[in-house]
Design a protein around this ligand. Structure first.
Ligand SMILES: O=C(O)C[C@H](O)C(=O)O
Ligand code: SF4
Length: 513
């Protein structure tokens, strides 16, 4: 096989997957957008999401800053050298990382160091299979860490919060799936897609769940029971009212695919793989002799374009109060904000995620954070020939991971605003009240949209933590986010969690008997 051409084909697969959302996913996002009422938070969020999808397309830049776990599924004719394919994938991964199409995302689990090139033990995941066709089928999914954290595995029988007892039958499975959507809330960047695996052991069950994510969004399950189950979940999960980003709304789930395999007599697992709206998976068929791409998968049908609503127009339609703030921000300005307000930030903000929060809990800050804004974000960055850094993608990361540290750090350093996604817990809410702070929710996955608001990179600290974990000093203009936790004890996340739990309880009665 032509090795250079094969590497080129794998590079194309990686770049397209990272930057161009497949058509079946676009159709689902578009349908969701049409269901939401104009002016609501859900509609505004979906506008940001569709604008972001278009920007990623236009700039050939990552849809979301989180490259996720690159997972390849490759089928090869008997006799094709799989080691050669593996080498081509490694080289292509390295190149795509250098070109800013992927974030360096492979981290040593023990010492926290980032390999820098997306290669390392277990990264990327490549699964080979042989088949009797005469071409190579290569598929790739980039599944982000935030949604991966919302995967869940049930062991039946069990007792589930809200929806009650789940037995070892189809109805028990139904309950697990409904519960899985509830427990994800908005933290996996809803509206999401789920792949469900029934049976297997703990690892093959999850594999089966993830394999479902390679099915087309519009395909119909051939197994009659599973088809009914998928249709039931699609009809009812949206009644939970979790909505885009957990802001409430009509659409919580965009797809549900269920697979089944045998199990052991003693075990009955239901494994759910949750994928965010930024459902980046594509596939190609490759000629075994030339290494060239013959065909792309998941791209059937007409182009799905999103009408580009200008940011300004969105505000006019929105019912929310819009407040512009210049950092550093005063306590008085923060105390004036209420849940539901839309805030536009100008000035500086500082990124900080897992490593920075842990560091700040026992060390001094490298910069004066008094009155400043912390952004839970691990961006994709590129350095030019002059040594200047540029932001290639910069959406928020899941904030709840910082819950153990956030309140103390805000108080100790005088931080006034924290921007992230998915919300934070009671400890932070209490600290916001005591100290005079606010939590702002940015739209998860909208990495191009936010990168566009960043007008300059003025410095960086703690680069030893690696690019995603370092503290980047960003100058922003019109960085827009919604107040979802305020200094008056209100939390939209708490409200949506509570109301969706009540709605979940409505699905307690048996359906599949
Ligand atoms: O790692 C990130 O940048 C984001 C992550 O995928 C998340 O959803 O929290
Ligand atoms: S930030 Fe959201 S959209 Fe991006 S990978 Fe994480 S869960 Fe997915």
């Amino acid at each position: 096989m032509n090795h250079e051409q094969l590497q080129q084909s794998m590079y194309k697969l990686i770049v397209e997957t990272s930057t161009n959302l497949p058509k079946d996913v676009r159709r689902a996002v578009k349908a969701a957008k049409e269901r939401e009422n104009a002016g609501t938070r859900a509609a505004m969020s979906l506008d940001t999401i569709t604008t972001n999808i278009k920007m990623a397309d236009d700039h050939i830049s990552p849809i979301c800053q989180d490259t996720g776990m690159p997972t390849f599924k490759i089928k090869t004719p008997v006799g094709v050298n799989q080691i050669q394919i593996q080498k081509a994938i490694y080289a292509a991964m390295e190149q795509a990382t250098k070109d800013g199409k992927l974030r360096p995302n492979s981290v040593d689990s023990l010492d926290g160091s980032n390999s820098g090139n997306n290669l390392g033990p277990g990264t990327p995941v490549i699964k080979f299979e042989q088949w009797e066709e005469d071409y190579i089928d290569a598929r790739l999914i980039l599944k982000g860490g935030g949604c991966e954290n919302k995967n869940i595995q049930y062991s039946l029988p069990c007792e589930l919060e809200g929806i009650g007892k789940a037995g070892r039958d189809l109805d028990g499975i139904r309950k697990c799936i409904m519960h899985s959507v509830y427990q994800a809330q908005g933290q996996g960047c809803s509206a999401g897609f789920i792949g469900v695996g029934i049976g297997g052991d703990r690892s093959s069950g999850y594999d089966l769940a993830k394999a479902q994510l390679f099915r087309g969004v519009d395909d119909v399950n051939e197994n009659e029971d599973l088809r009914k189950l998928e249709e039931y979940v699609m009809a009812h999960a949206n009644e939970l009212g979790i909505g885009t980003m957990g802001f409430g709304g009509e659409t919580t789930l965009l797809g549900c695919k269920v697979g089944v395999m045998n199990r052991l007599p003693a075990s009955f697992f239901v494994s759910v793989a949750y994928n965010c709206w930024a459902y980046r998976r594509l596939g190609v068929s490759v000629n075994t002799e030339t290494g060239e791409i013959n065909e792309w998968y998941y791209q059937d049908g007409e182009d799905v374009s999103f009408d580009t609503v200008q940011k300004e127009e969105q505000e006019v339609k929105s019912e929310s109060r819009v407040v512009t703030l210049q950092a550093p921000i005063t306590e008085e300005q923060i105390r004036d904000l209420k849940v539901g307000d839309v805030v536009k930030i100008n000035g500086m903000m500082y990124t900080g995620r897992d490593a920075i929060h842990k560091y700040l809990s026992t060390n001094d800050s490298p910069v004066d954070l008094n009155g400043q804004v912390i952004y839970h974000c691990g961006p994709v960055m590129l350095k030019d020939a002059e040594g200047q850094w540029h932001v290639k993608a910069a959406g928020p990361t899941t904030s709840i991971r910082e819950e153990p540290y956030q309140g103390d750090i805000m108080k100790r350093f005088g931080i006034r605003a924290v921007i992230g996604k998915g919300g934070m817990g009671p400890k932070t809410l209490q600290a916001l009240g005591e100290h005079g702070g606010v939590y702002l929710n940015a739209i998860g996955g909208a990495a191009q949209y936010y990168a566009d608001c960043i007008k300059g990179v003025e410095g960086v600290d703690l680069m030893n933590f690696g690019i995603p974990e370092a503290m980047w000093h960003l100058r922003v203009e019109g960085f827009t986010a919604v107040v979802t936790m305020d200094s008056h004890g209100n939390s939209l996340h708490e409200e949506v969690n509570k109301s969706s739990l009540e709605k979940l309880a409505k699905f307690k009665e048996p359906v599949f008997v």
